[in-house]
Design a protein around this ligand. Structure first.
Ligand SMILES: [Cu+2]
Length: 470
């Protein structure tokens, strides 16, 4: 919760939360008190009470950083620090972030705003912040060593620039970047247009989140920072399903989703039941002639996508990354595919030696969702989630768009499960089944082989597995 005391827009409450020794000469006089967040919940939109008005965003499992207006300048205070982030109920990760959480708070400003950001470093090593996608003076771009000296532990730096173009941006360190991003340091930035923009439609609901990934062994809490690609926890704003909140909207709302990718691989983000248009990137709004309807948009590493759609179909619609290993949580994956393999005999033999032995993946992996096997502390099942009709067998980058006709404007609370109209749910056929008509042919080929094989062989080759994380 944002504490009322630290909600410091306007005058007063200028207590510096860092010790005098840690404050640089620039900030010494009147450093804004940093606002901290202790919960991983989706906080209500922060309606601006100073500066130009705008329709604020909702950060999925996150929050927006309040500012102080100081002689026409919007002042923010970010504190880079170690944090404990709940990835999902039952799993806490020891990360690095900003102001109590990873990702850090969303920063929202208006095109033309002069922005001053105080950055206090409470990490054990130096850092910096790069303002991804912004037009700004070169010395404010945040690449340590190139544009500025790094911010040493205990020091506070000041960034100041004008938010020159409206759009969807993010921020992250540009100092020991591999470590600091693998530890969860990042945040979202939205610059709203100053006046009505021909390429930026007004929307009723505007959601944003970052795609990020961690490699944390089951039972551990700190990410392995040397991991290059084999991450095992695929997150939206440092949350994994079932810990990601649903996106709750009113029927016929115009909805915007802003998504940035700070993982090390691409994510085809897929929405059920609706079509959207990519209306913007971190480079700005897309031209109208470049837009076409999609249900999946691929977001490459370091990219951002802004998509708009009309939520005109009631229901609970899945919304997820389409890489099926990204809708799974952590597990050792040195498991050969056993579908169709009858290993009852083997299992019986092993059970004599190991009474609790259990055969995995014989019928597919869905059994994992209901598995009663004890988990180590501080982890979540590989796939889980109990919907109104049973297990959804998901993890990682998965959530639900809930569209309801009676959701009140401005109400972001979870309306519960959708109540399907009679006759609108797939159902079991209990009548007679005709014999299936099967084709006799073995399948085509573009040309016959010169020599026929001596006999048809069943393929029994098994691929070697060297894929320990995911
Ligand atoms: Cu993905």
């Amino acid at each position: 919760m944002i504490s009322r005391r630290s909600f410091f827009q306007g005058a007063g409450a200028l207590t510096a939360a860092v010790s005098a020794a840690a404050v640089s000469r620039v900030a010494m006089a009147a450093l804004p008190e940093p606002v901290m967040q202790s919960k991983p919940d989706t906080m209500p939109p922060l309606v601006p009470n100073s500066g130009r008005p705008y329709n604020p965003v909702v950060t999925l499992n996150g929050w927006t950083l309040p500012w102080r207006m100081n002689q026409g300048v919007k002042e923010f205070h970010l504190v880079a620090e170690p944090v404990v982030r709940e990835l999902a109920p039952g799993m806490n990760a020891h990360l690095w972030g900003y102001n109590g959480q990873s990702p850090g708070p969303t920063i929202e400003v208006v095109e033309g705003d002069r922005v001053r950001i105080f950055v206090t470093n409470k990490l054990p090593e130096h850092t910096s912040i790069h303002w991804h996608g912004q037009r700004l003076p070169n010395g404010m771009d945040g690449v340590a060593g190139l544009n500025q000296p790094s911010i040493k532990p205990g020091k506070t730096f000041v960034y100041e620039f004008v938010a020159r173009r409206p759009g969807t941006f993010m921020y992250h360190p540009h100092a020991d970047e591999m470590t600091q991003m693998a530890m969860g340091m990042m945040g979202f930035w939205v610059t709203h247009p100053k006046v009505k923009h021909p390429l930026i439609d007004e929307v009723d609901r505007d959601f944003c989140f970052l795609l990020n990934a961690f490699d944390i062994d089951p039972g551990a809490a700190t990410p392995k920072i040397m991991t290059m690609l084999d991450f095992n926890l695929w997150c939206w704003n440092s949350r994994i399903f079932p810990g990601i909140d649903s996106l709750n909207v009113r029927k016929n709302d115009k909805v915007r989703l802003r998504i940035g990718n700070l993982t090390m691989t691409n994510h085809p983000i897929h929405l059920h039941g609706h079509e959207f248009m990519v209306t913007g990137t971190d480079g700005g709004p897309t031209s109208k002639t470049s837009r076409w309807p999609e249900v999946t948009t691929d977001i490459a590493v370091g990219q951002m996508r802004q998509v708009d759609f009309l939520a005109d179909e009631e229901g609970d619609w899945a919304f997820h990354c389409h890489k099926s290993h990204h809708t799974m949580n952590a597990m050792g994956h040195d498991v050969p595919t056993m579908i169709g393999v009858d290993h009852r005999q083997v299992a019986k033999q092993i059970t004599k030696l190991v009474p609790d032995y259990m055969v995995m993946g014989e019928r597919g992996m869905a059994d994992m969702g209901e598995m009663e096997m004890p988990l180590p502390d501080n982890t979540v099942p590989m796939m889980t989630g109990k919907g109104p009709f049973g297990g959804v067998e998901m993890g990682g980058m998965f959530s639900i768009l809930k569209v309801r006709k009676d959701q009140k404007p401005g109400d972001y609370s979870d309306p519960g499960w959708y109540k399907h109209p009679r006759g609108e749910v797939a159902f079991e056929w209990t009548g007679a089944l005709p014999e299936p008509a099967r084709f006799a042919s073995e399948g085509g080929q573009s040309m016959p082989r010169q020599q026929a094989p001596r006999k048809t062989t069943e393929v029994t080759v098994r691929k070697p597995t060297g894929h320990s994380g995911h």
